[in-house]
Design a protein around this ligand. Structure first.
Ligand code: ADP
Length: 274
């Protein structure tokens, strides 16, 4: 028997252009039909950027002193993020799954207090070589996942589709990183698999040379692997570490642009980390 048959799969669908949402939904529907419990988490950066540009409030991307890039989220940007990602993308994924017969339930981490995060408020950035502080930021670092809430949905036969917003201790909505959110959810659920589906075939030792794709990685090599990752790929490697440390059994970074992307990842195509 396939041991993957028993555990929960948490699937994070990338927010960058190129990932084939309908292929992910079709593949997820097939697994769910076969009795698998699935939790979907999605990004939405491309949608939020496009909406911001359309309505005259384009995003400002900033870099932290340690080299991470993020969206500076003032209140207007937070509202745009919610419109594009909760209102738009989440609804489209839920619709697609429901047309495939899946009992999908869309929510963000704000709903029911599912995901609690600590609001950063002020963030340190580096711009033109100078360090600065930006205030009134609505992003947060995830602190807690209400796992019993998710288990209640799963036990009742719903497939949660979760967009990357969280709630602060004061009840404010916060923008949060979808890879890290998926990782925290996978850890809380002790998921059998966390799939991070993105627009590359997996983690490459020397990006973008696909012949350097790493197919297997052990958890203790993740520190070294972090050095191969550039830009946002770093968040996936950090997320993999968090998920495994927290009790998820396996993480796979794999291609989300292809037919049957979930089955493809589960059959070992991608970077499998255990
Ligand atoms: P998503 O939107 O799917 O969450 P991102 O675009 O934010 O994904 O991050 C994944 C991207 O990271 C890849 O598409 C690739 O361009 C980049 N990347 C950086 N370093 C690496 C690496 N070592 N291996 C693979 N991809 C990498």
């Amino acid at each position: 028997m396939n041991s993957n048959q028993d555990g929960i799969i948490v699937i994070k669908i990338g927010g960058a252009a190129g990932v084939d949402y309908s292929a992910v939904c079709t593949d997820a529907a097939r697994l769910i039909e076969a009795g698998k419990q699935v939790v979907l988490v999605h990004g939405g950066s491309a949608d939020a950027t496009a909406l911001g540009e359309d309505i005259g409030h384009p995003p400002r991307f900033v870099t932290s002193p340690s080299g991470f890039t993020s969206r500076y989220t003032d209140r207007r940007t937070l509202d745009i993020f919610a419109m594009a990602v909760n209102g738009g993308l989440n609804t489209r994924i839920v619709e697609q799954l429901r047309t495939l017969g899946v009992n999908a339930f869309g929510m963000s981490g704000l709903d029911g207090g599912l995901i609690t995060a600590k609001r950063k408020g002020s963030i340190r950035i580096v711009e033109n070589g100078k360090r600065k502080m930006l205030h009134d930021d609505y992003t947060g670092k995830i602190q807690h996942v209400d796992v019993s809430l998710l288990q209640t949905f799963l036990a009742a036969g719903y497939t949660p589709v979760i967009s990357p917003m969280a709630v602060s201790q004061d009840g404010e909505a916060l923008n949060t990183d979808a890879d890290r959110m998926a990782a925290m959810i996978a850890a809380a659920l002790k998921a059998q698999n966390l799939l991070l589906l993105t627009a590359v075939p997996g983690l490459m030792r020397s990006f973008p040379d696909e012949s350097t794709l790493i197919s297997d990685l052990s958890q203790r090599d993740l520190k070294v692997a972090l050095e191969y990752a550039e830009g946002r790929m770093k968040k996936k490697v950090l997320g993999a570490q968090e998920a495994l440390d927290g009790g998820a059994q396996q993480v796979i970074i794999a291609d989300g642009r292809i037919e049957a992307p979930i089955s493809n990842a589960l059959s070992g195509n991608g970077t499998t980390i255990h």
